[in-house]
Design a protein around this ligand. Structure first.
Ligand code: URP
Ligand code: ZN
Ligand code: ZN
Length: 473
């Protein structure tokens, strides 16, 4: 036949179905699902394995401008390689507007950073840090037309924060353009107050990063974002929700009929604030510093509730990789040791899927179909990539991960492919691991060996999000 490849003997799992069938691939797309495909040019034996849509990680930071003193540990090559090794076939990193600069100019920079580098397909979310009239009325519409149909706004960080007025203006543009807004919901002034109070008391170890931004600060900002979204009548996605407090606001919004979506991440089901204590409150706690910070084991339970009850649509890594043992990384530039100078973020694009499978599916908290929805399908639907991406159906890109549900692995820095010099999950034991990643019909990772090449990945012009349609007129 004219099939290029057949994946034989596996169990195909999509967000809705679990089917024993073979998958036939032609020209990089799924061409045939059938009981037995015996006539393809090449065959892969998937017996005993699950055949799932490749992971889509819709929250990844690569080669992102992090100020003059800090260098991100992954660009598009190492970041996408790490993603592929972790079972992903698509990533959506951010193109960040530097305040005072043209957003379009910044986006061109990110295209240049990614060009010829990524091993897997990628899109861009925009980060709007300076919503001037030109940005709102000319640059954003032009960038939407170019396939960047979602953008993130921040309610904290000196270089990124938008005030309420600016949030409302950006939300209005999102409503008009049917763009999906992602919101980083933590309060700027409250964090600043807490940080200065802690510093004045000499409490500067990494652990106090968590103390400086407790759940109530995330809850307040989440509520404020939801209220602004209700006022404008625009759907929003609240990203990296860390615990019960913010989650209850999202539940409340959903009950009111508001289109409020939510994302959570591996750190909020596996890490706690105590990890930031390191060894006797030393700097090693900085390895776990991210925002919002990891909370406590009760919060982890709350997040599981949300994952199994459909409060969360997406489970993303928020891969934001820095070096630990570097003056341009977590150990802070210029000898500064306060938590205030520790760059926020942790690497996790490669470990996201194994952690959710192991803690979720292997432990009976979610089904394998829910796993697929949370790691792939919902990302494609929400960010305008479905059904090209996010499912295994005739006509879809042949982006597939072969998953061994029984394989035991201990997560360690030495088995990972990212640029960071550590993993927050060193020594974390998982059951279930990807054994092959196939992107547009080509095997790009086999048993941890990366076969894909930089430049194989293409920029994805994304459709408008069907989830971004306003509720009313
Ligand atoms: O600490 C984090 N998450 N850093 C990454 C940037 C962000 O806010 O997502
Ligand atoms: Zn954020
Ligand atoms: Zn992030």
């Amino acid at each position: 036949s004219d099939l290029d490849l057949a994946i034989r003997g596996g169990t195909v799992i999509t967000a809705s179905d679990t089917i024993r069938c073979d998958v036939g691939i032609r020209n990089g797309r799924v061409a045939l699902l059938a009981e037995a495909i015996t006539d393809a040019k090449k065959t892969i034996d998937a017996s005993g394995l699950y055949v799932m849509p490749g992971g889509i990680d819709s929250h990844v930071h690569l080669d992102q401008d992090s100020g003059p003193d800090i260098t991100m540990a992954d660009g598009f090559e190492t970041g996408s390689r790490s993603a592929a090794a972790g079972g992903n076939t698509t990533i959506i990193p951010f193109a960040l507007q530097v305040k005072g600069s043209s957003l379009r100019g910044c986006v061109s920079d990110y295209h240049a950073k990614a060009e010829g580098k990524s091993l897997i397909d990628y899109g861009f979310h925009l980060i709007v840090s300076d919503p001037t009239p030109t940005v709102l009325n000319q640059e954003l519409p032009a960038l939407f037309a170019d396939g960047c149909t979602s953008f993130k706004v921040f309610m904290t960080y000196d270089d990124l924060v938008l005030n309420d007025r600016q949030l409302l203006e950006v939300f209005s543009v999102a409503r008009r353009e049917q763009a999906l807004v992602m919101v980083h919901a933590e309060g700027y002034d409250t964090i600043k107050f807490m940080t200065e109070t802690l510093e004045a008391a000499g409490k500067t170890a990494p652990y106090y990063h968590g103390v400086s931004r407790p759940e109530v600060i995330e809850r307040e900002a989440s509520h404020r974002a939801i209220s602004h979204a209700e006022l404008i009548d625009v759907p929003i996605m609240i990203v990296h929700v860390s615990g019960r407090e913010a989650m209850e606001q999202i539940r409340w919004a959903k009950q009111r009929g508001l289109k409020v979506y939510a994302e959570t991440c591996p750190q909020y089901i596996t890490l706690t604030a105590d990890d930031m204590k390191g060894a006797n409150m030393d700097m090693s706690g900085a390895k776990y510093v991210c925002s919002p910070p990891p909370r406590d084991t009760d919060s982890q339970k709350a997040i599981w509730e949300g994952l199994s009850q459909g409060v969360f649509h997406t489970f993303s890594s928020d891969h934001c990789p820095f070096f630990y043992d570097s003056p341009r990384g977590k150990l802070s530039p210029k000898g500064q040791t306060s938590f205030k100078y520790v760059p926020n973020g942790i690497p996790g694009v490669e470990t996201r899927m194994p952690i959710l499978w192991s803690e979720g599916v292997a432990k009976g908290r979610i089904s394998a179909n829910e796993f697929v929805a949370l790691t792939s399908t919902n990302h494609a639907k929400i960010y305008g990539l479905y059904p090209k991406k996010g499912t295994i159906a005739v006509g879809s890109d042949a982006d597939i991960v072969l998953w061994d549900p029984n394989r035991k692995e201990v997560l360690r820095q030495e088995i990972l492919h990212h640029g960071s010099d550590y993993t927050p999950w060193e020594g974390f034991a998982v059951t279930g691991y990807p054994v092959m990643t196939i992107a547009r019909g080509r095997v790009i990772v086999e048993d941890g060996k990366v076969l894909g090449k930089p430049g194989d990945g293409q920029f994805l012009k994304r459709d408008k999000s069907p989830y971004a349609v306003p509720a009313g007129a």
